[in-house]
Design a binder for this molecule. Structure first.
Ligand code: TNX
Length: 504
């Protein structure tokens, strides 16, 4: 306290201002994903009981609220949010301005008098708050922002994670916690794998047995579960409040046993299949030459699209090993038309590139570069999710408690050290919509098990999707990641203590 008091000087406004004993260094902040530029001026913008947050437009409210939460923890009091369009307010000013940095970029300018955050859109303001949260991770005693400038913008517009809620069901609360983690790392899409052989997880009002029967179990024979449409809407809203868009997936024509067990009439032979609780893939298919199949899909895609504000509907399309290619191709082509009719853009796993893709549709490369090239040849953009690099359900090594290893073991460094536009020569940055890290759930059934596979790897995928390649390297990333373990502990995340990192 003495040191603090002796350091007080009178600021120009007449209010005593604390001084730092040693210069601060904003540019050394352990921010993940690493911002495009950070420069330090060595001082401190001090926060106290009187600090206020100024916004000029109510659309900045979500970011202001997130900032309020961060500061409440640090200050013990809740800073007020004040409406003002005066750019010179002495406080933290959140400003929506025409400037620079693209749709999701932002800048933060910190002087000893003022902190100004600006962005063209509310999303950028929200990302700036995530950055500030990480800037102050080490600053326990004096509550200040180090002075200087940050300007930042993402490389890719699609930065996602997939959660498989079909193999094992995850509750609404678990999905919301996952959304919190994505938001903290500026990921902006959550792809929900809502159906598979083992379970159907979303209420379809016109086909109620999908959830009554198809939602009643999961891998291992547990009780399964499903989201009512109201619950799904609640997830969508919560995600939107964190600037995250939900991408719903109904996998087809394979991976459909749960639907085929629910309705006998969807089967070519008119007989319902048995529910399935194992982990094999590739044994089921919708009846592709039956008209009812398309009426069914029209209902399913229509009901889900009506409660999905985002632009994408994921049609799966993977591992349809028992659908002959001559049936698969017209099926995928017809389903894309249904998706389009309901106002959505189709995304599918890379196999869909064997069919003719409608303009604007997206292929997700997971296994087969040849398929990815077929998509490119049609002018489609790609989501990059190579299983041997980006699959969160791959084990870290042979001793990992959860996960599979059919594609690779993915230790923390290997999950980080790659670039989406360097995997094969044909696929360049302009062909890529973004990257996604899928988390399949054959081996996990609870959030803390998901956390074990996500952390410490998920922040690496966020950085690959956001930060330019010339700024990414393991030696700079590793110490930042190590510091983040403190944040994970605060958030109650059960992360894996990888031997590749040093944990304090
Ligand atoms: C392959 S990746 C699958 C999934 C499995 C996953 C397990 C993809 C499009 N299909 O059905 O859950 O491997 O890692």
């Amino acid at each position: 306290l003495l040191i603090l008091l002796s350091g007080l000087i009178m600021a120009s406004c007449g209010k005593p201002r604390p001084q730092l004993e040693t210069p601060s260094d904003l540019a050394a902040s352990p921010v993940i994903p690493l911002p495009a530029s950070m420069t330090s001026t060595g001082g401190g913008y001090f926060l106290d009981q009187d600090t206020e947050i100024f916004i000029s437009d109510s659309s900045a409210m979500l970011a202001a609220g997130a900032l309020q939460d961060v500061l409440k923890n640090q200050l013990g009091t809740t800073p007020a949010i004040v409406m003002s369009s005066d750019p010179d307010e002495e406080g933290i000013v959140l400003r929506l301005s025409e400037d620079n940095n693209g749709a999701e970029g932002y800048s933060i300018s910190i002087t000893e008098d003022q902190t100004v955050i600006s962005s063209a859109n509310p999303a950028g303001l929200f990302y700036a708050v995530q950055t500030l949260k990480q800037v102050i991770v080490n600053n326990e005693k004096l509550v200040y922002f180090p002075t200087g400038e940050i300007t930042d913008a993402p490389v890719y517009e699609y930065r996602g994670m997939m959660l498989d809620v079909a193999r094992h069901f995850f509750t609404v609360e678990e999905v919301k916690r996952t959304i919190d983690y994505l938001a903290f790392y500026k990921l902006n899409y959550l792809h929900l794998h809502l159906s598979d052989d083992q379970g159907w997880r979303i209420e379809i009002k016109s086909w109620p047995k999908l959830t009554e029967i198809g939602g009643s179990t999961e891998v291992g024979g547990g009780p399964g579960g499903f989201y009512t449409q109201e619950e799904y809407k609640d997830i969508v809203t919560y995600a939107a409040e964190h600037f995250i868009t939900i991408v719903p997936e109904i996998d087809m024509p394979g991976h459909t046993n749960a639907a085929l067990a629910s309705y006998a009439e969807l089967n070519c032979d008119g007989k319902a299949t048995e529910l399935y609780t194992g982990t094999r893939v590739g044994f089921s298919t919708l009846c592709t030459d039956m008209e009812l199949t398309y009426e069914f899909l029209d209902d399913v895609i229509g009901e889900i699209s009506a409660i999905t504000p985002g632009p994408y509907f994921h049609i799966g399309g993977d591992e349809s090993h028992v659908t002959p290619m001559e049936d698969y191709i017209p099926f995928i082509e017809r389903v894309q038309e249904i998706v389009k009719k309901h106002g959505k853009i189709s995304v599918g796993w890379d196999e869909i590139a064997n069919a003719k893709l409608l303009e604007g549709n997206i292929a997700q490369w997971w296994a087969n570069a040849e398929n990815a090239n077929k998509a490119l040849a049609q002018g489609a953009k790609l989501i990059i999710s190579p299983a041997n690099k980006a699959y969160l359900d791959m084990q870290y090594d042979s001793t990992s408690q959860f996960g599979l290893h059919w594609a690779a073991y993915i230790p923390v460094d290997s999950g980080y050290i790659w670039s989406a536009d360097k995997l094969v020569p044909e696929i360049k940055r302009e062909n890529i919509l973004g990257i996604e890290a899928p988390l399949w759930s054959e081996t996990i059934s609870e959030l803390d098990e998901a956390e074990y596979l996500m952390f410490p790897r998920l922040p690496g995928y966020a950085e690959i999707g956001w930060t330019t390649e010339d700024k990414r390297d393991w030696e700079s990333y590793k110490p930042r990641l190590e510091i983040h373990s403190k944040l994970w502990e605060d958030m109650g995340i059960d992360f894996y203590r990888s031997p590749q990192l040093e944990w304090n």
